[in-house]
Design a protein around this ligand. Structure first.
Ligand code: ADP
Ligand code: MG
Length: 375
């Protein structure tokens, strides 16, 4: 066994956990400084950790293979290949921000599916940020740790993600969705009582991740930034639905569907929050389905597998369904009657089998707690 003591020859000082997430609605809006509405999953990355005084950062993950040893003062963007780049990037980002942190021994383990659009990468960063924050007595608030975790992924690993995933993993509350304004990181916990309404949220992991995703994400981001610049706006968030038609008439045709998605998606987040505030979570269904159509037809980040999962879930009686996460594969969420969850999952699985796709992995998402210390 690879217990902490067996790996590192002594006890850990504590254990922390940070969850994966699913986003209810608000996709590709965070980097446009708009709204998102994620929930944290019960699935977490856990870290047992202890400080070291010699400046070494040693990392081992049950999902990672060999133990990795690095010198914190030598950490530089792009210098750490593979999975260890995420935790190392957090130590780097903390030091870059002027925090006096040194080495540590970390033992990681996770039940967040990796590469499934459920943000295992953010969970990994956030659990390390939470552990460092406590071990070194930094006292940083959760939102600040989320920003540093995002910086680790953007600048150290080199993935240009927005702020949603790290904020969800750090700041979500159990039983609630996080209504986050990506412009100023103001947030509100919006109660989501699915069980009380006889509902369940199915997560259908398509288990595909199409390679074009990485380059496409950067190109979409650049397209949004160009559109905002042409419209004289700081970000597409500033464009209101009432001004959309005028704005679209002033843009080159290739940017029109991108802008339409972002503006209508922000409005869908606000509509979803209003329905949740009114205690009517079933009314999220059509909003989710409209969001999927916008991602498929306007933003063009869906793929045959996610489209099929959405269609099969709707045909099996789901109130609504959409891809969640960046797209080009990953997971689909479906809002279903609790007593129909197994039926919907079985129907989607059957549709995948008929299409010759690998069977999707299914979980039920219950809004869970953000990053925390376990002991
Ligand atoms: P997602 O965030 O949607 O799961 P990403 O491609 O952004 O997908 O992140 C997945 C990567 O994060 C993995 O390839 C691996 O490098 C890293 N990772 C996530 N969880 C773990 C873990 N428990 N142990 C080691 N590496 C992990
Ligand atoms: Mg990720």
């Amino acid at each position: 066994m690879n217990t902490f003591a067996q790996l590192y020859g002594g006890p850990s000082e504590g254990e922390w956990a940070a969850p994966g997430r699913v986003n209810l609605i608000g996709e590709h809006t965070d980097y446009n400084l708009g709204f998102v509405l994620p929930i944290a999953l019960p699935q977490t990355v856990r870290a047992e950790a202890a400080r070291r005084t010699d400046g070494l950062l040693r990392l081992w993950s049950a999902q990672g293979g060999e133990l990795v040893a690095l010198r914190v003062e030598d950490l530089a963007p792009g210098s750490v290949p593979g999975w260890a780049g995420y935790p190392a990037g957090v130590a780097w980002a903390l030091r870059e921000a002027g925090h006096q942190v040194g080495g540590a021994d970390l033992r990681l383990d996770s039940d967040v599916p990796s590469g499934a659009g459920l943000s295992s990468s953010a969970a990994l960063e956030c659990v390390v940020a939470a552990a460092y924050n406590d071990l070194y007595g930094l006292g940083l608030p959760a939102a600040e740790l989320a920003v540093l975790a995002q910086r680790a992924e953007n600048a150290f690993v080199g993935v240009p993600c927005g702020i949603m995933d790290q904020m969800a993993s750090m700041c979500c509350h159990p039983g609630a969705a996080l209504f986050l304004d990506s412009r100023d990181l103001s947030m509100r916990q919006v109660p989501v009582d699915l069980a009380g309404a006889g509902l369940a949220l199915l997560v259908l992991d398509t288990r595909v991740k199409h390679d074009l995703g990485d380059g496409a994400y950067a190109a979409l981001r650049a397209g949004c930034e160009r559109a905002a610049a042409l419209l004289g706006l700081p970000a597409l968030r500033s464009l209101q639905p009432s001004g959309l038609d005028d704005a679209l008439a002033r843009l080159p045709s290739e940017l029109v569907p991108l802008v339409r998605h972002v503006v209508t998606e922000n409005a869908r987040v606000e509509a979803a929050v209003a329905r949740l505030d009114a205690g009517d979570p079933a009314a999220l269904g059509p909003i989710l389905t409209a969001g999927h159509a916008s991602l498929r037809d306007d933003y063009r980040v869906s793929c045959p597998e996610t489209d099929l999962a959405v269609e099969a879930a709707l045909a099996a009686g789901a109130h609504g369904a959409r891809m969640t996460g960046g797209g080009f594969g990953g997971s689909v969420i479906a809002l279903v009657d609790a007593d129909a969850a197994e039926h919907v999952a079985a129907e989607v699985t059957a549709a995948f089998r008929t299409a010759g796709y690998a069977e999707p992995r299914t979980l039920t998402a219950v809004p869970a707690e953000g990053a925390r210390r376990l002991r």
